[in-house]
Unconditional design. Sequence first.
Length: 34
Amino acid sequence: AGLVIGSILMILCLFLHRTSLRTIVSILFTLCVL
């Protein structure tokens, strides 16, 4: 699970330049729910 979260965090870092903070927060919230 740790590796998956780490890879997702890396992808989020790459998408930081294109996506808004609201989208990232919503994705993190979804991951927390899952």
